[in-house]
Design a protein around this ligand. Structure first.
Ligand SMILES: Nc1nc2c(ncn2[C@@H]2O[C@H](COP(=O)(O)OP(=O)(O)OP(=O)(O)O)[C@@H](O)[C@H]2O)c(=O)[nH]1
Ligand SMILES: [Mg+2]
Length: 186
């Protein structure tokens, strides 16, 4: 058996998925994870370090590393890149004046060699308080983050709400199906 098929078999057997969740402060990363775990989402404080949580989904253990996004903490993001299967980047739909800041940080992260080849899920959170055209919003974010120029990353972009739960499960479905696709076709 070749090395690649051994790795593939092992990865599929383990069903351990490592997700790094990043994005600007106040975008809703911690609230999303807590909502997926059916935990209380009232009065969540800004994350000053990081949280690790495991979401069990469709037989997979999705291990989520949720890192604080305040600007003073962003230099620490680079400590968490190792062995990342997916980067989940969270944006706040009610804070679009921060799009350029988003691109600056996103671009810096994606230049990192250790993230080469990881899947990328962009979540436009707080869609419950956005009353504009969603399609146009997605197009604007696709352009600002230059997603179509990305090479070596499969990516997906979803509008979601940690408050209502909208599309959170679709996000998990995408992670799981990309993971399976990646290790089946290795
Ligand atoms: N309306 C609305 N508010 C949300 C949603 N998700 C999070 N929030 C609110 O946004 C604020 C920030 O949420 P957090 O989960 O702490 O954000 P974070 O990205 O973890 O922030 P840092 O830990 O500082 O990086 C909180 O007041 C949440 O209640 C959402 O889907 N809709
Ligand atoms: Mg947080």
């Amino acid at each position: 058996m070749g090395l690649l098929s051994i790795i593939r078999k092992q990865k599929l057997r383990e069903k351990e998925v490592r997700v790094l969740m990043l994005g600007l402060d106040n975008s809703g990363k911690t609230t999303i994870v807590r909502s997926l775990l059916h935990k209380d989402i009232q009065e969540i404080s800004p994350t000053m370090g990081f949280n690790i949580d495991t979401i069990s989904y469709k037989g997979f253990n999705i291990n989520v590393w949720d890192i604080g996004g305040q600007s003073s903490l962003r230099t620490f993001w680079f400590n968490y890149f190792e062995r990342t299967d997916f980067l989940v980047w969270v944006l706040d739909a009610s804070s679009l004046q921060r799009l350029v800041e988003n691109f600056k940080e996103f671009d810096k992260v994606l230049r990192e060699d250790r993230l080469a080849g990881c899947g990328l899920l962009i979540l436009i959170n707080k869609i419950d308080i956005y009353d504009g055209d969603r399609q146009k919003l997605k197009e604007a974010i696709t352009d600002t983050l230059r997603l179509k120029e990305l090479q070596n990353h499969s990516w997906n972009l979803l509008c979601c709400s940690a408050y209502t739960g909208e599309n959170l499960q679709d996000g998990l479905d995408w992670l799981v199906s990309e993971y399976e696709k990646k290790y089946y076709i290795l």
